[in-house]
Write a protein that binds this ligand. Structure first.
Ligand code: AHG
Ligand code: MN
Ligand code: MN
Length: 338
């Protein structure tokens, strides 16, 4: 993947340039994405401070302003809502942290998009200083304009997404997004407060030698899935196949990000306890699948392309197999082997 060397491109400039290239773009969408990056910067600041909170004596139940200290995922949820509710671009939002869709407050204009998000992904890793992330998905509304958005605006298949992406709060913070014309990665420079283009036109390797799955669930999977994993970790001289490496962080954003750059496959299959898998279709699987497909990868649920699933419920789950096209094909071969 070519590293950008001769030009400093902020995410704002990139979005504007992309917009200029697409006929009929109104600028609405660009400013929506710009608003989102502000929310990510605020969440990033808070994530970076998380480990210091104890040391500075601000935990317990109250912070220095006498406000309740929120859990980081609830904080991120509020920040995104507040950054996005008044821009005039959205007609409703939905997030992992809220059972129902979130209307735009009455005093603000309703726009033509809906936003879905997982405010903090990998929350079990928050307290141990391991990478976590935020995932987002943007759809164009299907109900008439100028009225509040409705559930049907959210229940659209993933191929209808007009943009999606994620921020990863890791050793450095990165924002990766697609608006349907390739995948771009920006690294956050905290000294200037900007996301700078660092990964231009990301392409996933066609095949990788890493599999990523919670193998502690092995005995809950069906035989076909077990067979695939057994195969993945075997040396098979006749097939000229070496055992794959296992990497599993437990933050989907981080596991899929690594898969995007190094290749391989990330799986969260169905099992006897979670017969539909664990991950949520609309704000986890769909946006990550859109990004990976746009980078030349594939995403399946074991039966069909994830982006073609017709959603029935806001928080519905789906099994997920996502990554390099050849690796996803291999998994499919095992799952279809009867
Ligand atoms: P969230 O923190 O938003 O609830 O998502 C956690 C998800 C995902 O990030 C990760 O891939 C998966 O849960 C890990 O699940 P296991 O602990 O079952 O492996
Ligand atoms: Mn999540
Ligand atoms: Mn979450």
């Amino acid at each position: 993947m070519p590293l950008v060397s001769n030009k400093v491109v902020t995410i704002e400039r990139h979005i504007i340039e992309q917009q200029e290239r697409s006929n009929g773009a109104t600028g609405d969408f660009s400013s929506l994405l710009r608003d989102l990056t502000l929310a990510f910067k605020i969440i990033n600041r808070e994530v970076m401070q998380a480990g210091l909170v104890d040391a500075l004596g601000a935990t317990g139940t109250e912070n220095i302003q006498g406000e309740l200290v929120q859990k980081l995922d609830a904080f991120a949820d509020t920040v995104i809502f507040r950054a996005m509710d008044h821009g005039g671009h959205l007609c409703a939002m939905a997030s992992e942290e809220n059972e129902n869709i979130l209307p735009i407050p009455k005093q603000y204009r309703c726009g033509k998009y809906v936003l879905l998000f997982d405010p903090l992904d990998g929350s079990s890793n928050i307290d141990v200083n391991v990478s976590i992330g935020t995932i987002f998905s943007i759809l164009r509304r299907i109900t008439p304009e100028d009225i509040p958005g409705e559930m049907e605006d959210f229940l659209q298949p993933g191929y209808k997404q007009i943009a999606a992406g994620y921020t990863i709060y890791g050793p450095s913070t990165m924002l990766v997004y697609t608006a349907g014309r390739g995948v771009y990665g920006f690294t956050y420079d905290p000294s200037v407060g900007e996301f700078i283009l660092s990964h231009d036109d990301i392409r996933i390797p066609e095949r990788g030698s890493i599999y990523s799955v919670n193998e502690g669930n092995y005995h809950k999977w069906d035989r076909q899935m077990q067979n695939y994993i057994d195969w993945a970790k075997s040396d098979i001289p006749e097939e000229d196949k070496k055992a794959y490496s296992l990497r599993y962080i437990g933050s989907m954003v981080a596991d899929v990000h690594r898969t995007l750059l190094y290749g391989g496959v990330f799986l969260y299959p169905a099992d006897i306890k979670s017969y539909k898998g664990k991950l949520r279709l609309l704000y986890e699987a769909n946006p990550m699948s859109f990004v990976v497909e746009q980078a030349g990868g594939a995403a399946h649920d074991g039966k069909q392309r994830v982006l073609e699933i017709i959603p029935e419920k806001l928080h519905q789950r789906t099994p997920l197999i996502v990554g390099s096209p050849k690796n996803v094909e291999e998994v499919e071969r095992f799952l279809n082997a009867g």
